[in-house]
Design a protein around this ligand. Structure first.
Ligand code: HEM
Length: 498
């Protein structure tokens, strides 16, 4: 009798699961919800799996997590919904308490986690700084110096030695040094011959990875581990202590030097400002600001460039067009091959190729909001206050309904009109977010990526190792899981001996 009842229940739930799969995109089971489908997706390519479900469901579906988990959410790749969240009803869709709580130990009250007045104040000050002539001058100067004196010697050593190098690692080191200079006015020296281990960089990476792990564990579990100082929470605590040690030492040194007068890094800018009561910002808040900017600037342009070089290796015709443009644009005939800002500005086809690469491999593949009010999406879906909404930026780049039938192809031409680069709506191409929280570093990031890509491409042919597996890693940013193993040959030698 019991066996018959169990069989009947199994058939009932299986039939219900099939019906739900048709209606909701995924089967939902008692207790575990849609977790089995998610685990299957994780075993394959998670981003592709989400994209397939979204395509079947007209761009939006509800993910029902297991009971007592934090995994329930609405997932969307519909540009109408994304515009509604990021712009039209911006104040109804903050980052929310769940996100803030989860990242608080690492990011504190910095711009990434903040909402409301705390976010607005930082955004206003940082935006003013990012758009100032001084910041631009420092950004251009420090990048040029890093490429000329550090990136090129490291790549040249790899070419001479004929050894394979992990290009993603090299680029991460470059952007880490670059953004530390802009945030703290300090060069950690990650990109140097021999690619040394830098404790601050290693701690930063470990702290980010352990923070990401919190998003998949039930909140009660990571909180208990934190209280008991066990497992990943123990490593997180240690890593954050090392990040803090570096940050507070820089802040103390800046104060000892007599303050921030005459300096153009972000830390100095915020040291000159005061809070709403006219008091200087606390060291803790200054630390939060800098750590958030390093996170924003390190893992984004570097991984974007790694995917760009991988795509170029598979699309030699695009590489040829970029080279033709670079030779046309480069007027100064100096052997250092350093580009002037006005030359970088004229690289329209290169900008198109980088944008196309970001469309297919956005550095931030998914992002999320939490409702502060009940709302109704433009697609008619009702949303309750407190609901988490994930917008799948990776999937948006691969929707036929958004980009057409050739959406999976790498075609920089889709960004070019009358020979010039033309931007797309931020709600169709959401790689840099949109609305009031549009990426603050977008212009700088394009400049940096174009400058670095052009500097490498004019000097070297980049050969991706044939046996090297290239797959995305599940993280906050779209790392290549195994890096990008390449060898380099000189562009000149290649033209001499085709
Ligand atoms: C390819 C390069 C980059 C991409 C794809 C990118 C993408 C993004 C995205 C998607 C966000 C929204 C994140 C969120 O709200 O959860 C964002 C925000 C931000 N980005 Fe970028 N980013 C890039 C480079 C940079 C760089 C180089 C910097 C600074 C040096 C930077 C600074 C920021 C800041 C400060 C924010 C926070 C804006 C706010 O919340 O008001 N980004 N970026």
């Amino acid at each position: 009798m019991v066996a018959e009842l169990l069989l009947a229940a199994a058939i009932f739930f299986a039939l219900r699961a099939v019906r739900q799969r048709r209606a909701q995109g995924l089967a939902a089971w008692p207790v575990v919800g849609m977790l089995p489908s998610l685990l299957l997706g994780l075993r394959r390519d998670m981003y592709e799996w989400v994209t397939r479900v979204l395509s079947r469901q007209n761009g939006t579906f509800v993910f029902r997590g297991p009971w007592f988990s934090n995994l329930h959410c609405v997932v969307t790749a519909d540009p109408r919904n994304v515009e509604f969240m990021l712009k039209t009803k911006f104040s109804s869709f903050p980052k929310g308490d769940y996100f803030r709580e989860t990242v608080k130990d690492l990011l504190g009250d910095g711009i990434f986690a903040a909402d409301g007045a705390a976010w607005r104040r930082q955004r206003r000050a940082a935006s003013f700084h990012f758009h100032s002539a001084e910041f631009r001058a420092v950004a251009v100067r420090s990048l040029e110096e890093l490429v000329r004196a550090r990136l090129v010697p490291v790549l040249e050593a790899a070419r001479r030695g004929g050894s394979a190098v992990d290009l993603q690692d090299v680029l991460l080191r470059l952007t880490f040094d670059n953004v530390s200079l802009l945030a703290f006015g300090v060069d950690p020296g990650c990109l140097r011959p021999g690619l040394p281990d830098i404790p601050f960089a290693a701690a930063f990476e470990a702290a980010t990875a352990a923070t990401v792990a919190r998003f998949v564990a039930p909140t009660a579990v990571w909180r208990t581990l934190r209280r008991l100082r066990l497992g990943p929470e123990r490593s997180l605590r240690r890593a954050i202590a090392a990040v803090d040690e570096f940050a507070y030492a820089v802040i103390a040194a800046r104060k000892e030097e007599g303050g921030a007068r005459g300096k153009d890094d972000l830390l100095s800018v915020f040291m000159r400002l005061t809070d709403d009561e006219g008091r200087p910002f606390s060291d803790k808040f200054l630390r939060d600001i800098c750590v958030n900017f390093i996170l924003a600037g390190r893992d984004t342009s570097s991984v974007a460039l790694a995917w760009f070089f991988w795509l170029l290796a598979r699309n030699p015709a695009v590489e040829e067009k970029i080279l033709a443009e670079l030779r046309r644009v480069k007027k100064t005939d100096d052997s250092s091959l350093v580009f002037l800002p006005e030359e970088v500005k004229k690289m329209d086809y290169l900008q198109a190729a980088i944008s196309e690469s970001l469309r297919l491999y956005p550095s931030v593949p998914v992002d999320h909001k939490q409702l502060a009010e009940d709302e109704v999406f433009p697609d008619g879906r009702k949303l309750k206050k407190g609901t988490k909404v994930v917008y799948a930026i990776y999937s948006m780049g691969r929707m036929e309904g958004i980009w057409g039938r050739d959406c999976k192809e790498f075609k920089p031409e889709r960004w070019i009109r009358d020979g010039r680069f033309v931007n797309e709506s931020a709600y169709k191409f959401a790689a840099f977010n949109g609305g009031p929280r549009l990426c603050l570093g977008k212009d700088f990031a394009y400049y940096q990526m174009k400058f670095v890509a052009a500097s490498i491409l004019l000097r070297y042919r980049v050969h991706v190792a044939h046996d090297h597996p290239v797959v995305p890693k599940l993280a906050l940013t779209m790392y290549m899981k195994h890096g990008l193993k390449v060898t380099l040959s000189s562009r000149e030698q290649d033209t001499d001996n085709p």
